[in-house]
Design a protein around this ligand. Structure first.
Ligand code: G6P
Length: 464
């Protein structure tokens, strides 16, 4: 079997005995372990004299490099997270564009391809991840790298009307066509991409999923990312760690709890969620004192302005909800700006009566899947899920909500907390079936199978 080379913006080596890694990192490591290979990307550091480091654990070599300050500012903080991220999440209002940053984005992609080139063998398969690396294949082709290269987009792909707000969209998507296989989370994303290719790029879309544009032929497919549901269930069953004291009254009675876990990001619908929770406590006062909401929201990209703004806004709303409704013996909302280790999270999911996952837009959202998988089959909790999360396609047995409908969300919370055991079990069984049918192994294996079976190696050289 040919070696696998994974390329992603961030690289996270997994050492033995570490139980904190997320499902996706574990899944990619399993793929690398099966065939041997390299995981290549940024180590998360910024330095004056960027260096490359190599570490081999078993048959996987981690090759990581730091970024210079201008590269970090232009490639990561600038074009990736201040232009692409908001536009791909339908927030043109929050996006800004700077030509210099786009040049930096292209420059870093070219630099990464150059650093990777001497490490490659002719039959290696490359699997590139996410929006930071859209022009990476074109940069490889320019260096004469003919290996098969696949790309997976973890975030949504927006409608062309939204996408074309990115000033250099044509240049950007011309370079995207040098991948052999492009994977999306949902059919909606794939259709939006096809729409762009046929209407904006003047390309061709064949019935079998083959595409051609800008003189390149390539494939696009849907590969919904999953979790390992039975493993999560076992972890949840065996969790013996710290029990949260949240949810307990002064007399030791257990209150019902709602849980949400998100990176602190404006795409996650946190403000709308806090407001819906407030509305729920107003409209259904019988729940006051009997329910607590735990929001875990570690801060993220805190040097990007829009993230500083959303953080302030959330502090105001959280303070308002608690200031207005708290009592001496009851705090309705626990808002934590910190990350918890994976085992504790799974333990929390297990005990929470409701999992609240209500992004305004999200590629997939693995928290929704993990919450379901962690439930006790004999007494499962209820998932309240935004229709705008990719996961809503598979988890149609959740209580599906529109995060822009404040009262609708409040009513869904009331319904979730009152739901009879039989209905909760039925919905849980349905969702577990969906999780098992498209788990993390299936995601990885079908993508790699399709990539390995894609045509010939390329001989073309990309032009800019
Ligand atoms: C999202 C993106 C990932 C990214 C992660 C963390 O899930 O799809 O590509 O790694 O956020 O973001 P950060 O900017 O901290 O790497």
């Amino acid at each position: 079997m040919s070696r696998l080379v994974v390329v992603s913006n961030r690289v996270a080596p997994i050492r033995q005995g570490k139980a904190t890694a997320g499902g996706l990192a574990v899944g990619l490591h399993d793929a690398l372990r099966q065939s041997g290979g390299i995981w290549f990307g940024w180590n998360g550091e910024v330095s004056k004299r960027p260096e490359t480091a190599c570490e081999t654990i078993g048959n996987i070599t981690y090759v990581t490099l730091d970024l210079s300050k201008p590269d970090y500012d232009q490639y990561y903080r600038g074009f990736s997270n201040a232009t692409l991220w908001p536009v791909f999440h339908y927030r043109i209002d929050l996006a800004r564009y700077c030509r210099k940053e786009y040049e930096g984005y292209r420059r870093v992609n070219a630099m990464l391809a150059e650093k990777l080139k001497p490490l490659l063998r002719p039959d290696d398969i490359l699997w590139v991840h996410d929006y930071h690396l859209i022009p990476f294949a074109a940069a490889c082709r320019q260096l004469g790298i003919g290996n098969r290269i696949g790309f997976f987009l973890h975030i949504p792909f927006p409608a062309p009307e939204v996408l074309t707000a990115i000033p250099p969209h044509e240049d950007l998507f011309r370079s995207f066509c040098y991948y052999d296989l492009i994977g999306f989370q949902t059919e909606t994303d794939r259709l939006a991409f096809q729409d762009y290719i046929s209407r904006e790029a003047g390309g061709r879309v064949e019935a079998d999923g083959n595409l051609s544009a800008y003189g390149q032929s390539f494939c696009a497919g849907v590969y919904p990312i999953g979790v390992m549901p039975d493993e999560i269930r076992r972890q949840a069953e065996s969790y013996r760690g710290r029990r949260p004291i949240i949810g307990l009254t002064t007399e030791g009675r257990r209150r019902k709890t709602l849980i949400s876990v998100d990176r602190l990001d404006y795409s996650k619908g946190l403000v709308e969620r806090f407001q819906a929770y407030e509305r729920f406590l107003e409209h259904f006062p019988e729940h006051r004192h009997n329910v607590e909401f735990i929001q875990i929201a570690p801060t993220s990209r805190s040097d990007v302005k829009t993230y500083q703004a959303i953080r302030k806004q959330l502090e105001t709303v959280a303070g308002h909800v608690n200031g207005r409704l708290s009592d001496l013996d009851w705090t309705p909302l626990h808002y934590l700006n910190k990350s918890l280790d994976r085992r504790t999270l799974i333990g929390l999911f297990r005990t929470a009566n409701v999992g609240l996952v209500t992004p305004l837009r999200d590629g997939m959202n693995l928290v929704a899947k993990e919450y379901v998988a962690a439930q006790n089959p004999a007494d499962p909790g209820v998932l309240v899920l935004s229709r705008f999360a990719g996961a809503a396609r598979e988890l149609s047995a959740a209580l599906i909500v529109n995060p822009y409908d404040c009262l609708g969300m409040a009513e869904a919370l009331d319904r979730a907390l009152r739901m009879p055991l039989e209905e909760r079990k039925e919905r849980y069984e349905d969702m577990m079936q969906a999780l098992r049918a498209a788990d993390l192994n299936a995601w990885r294996d079908t993508f790699l199978r399709d990539l390995r079976s894609f045509g010939r190696h390329r001989v073309v050289t990309a032009r800019r």
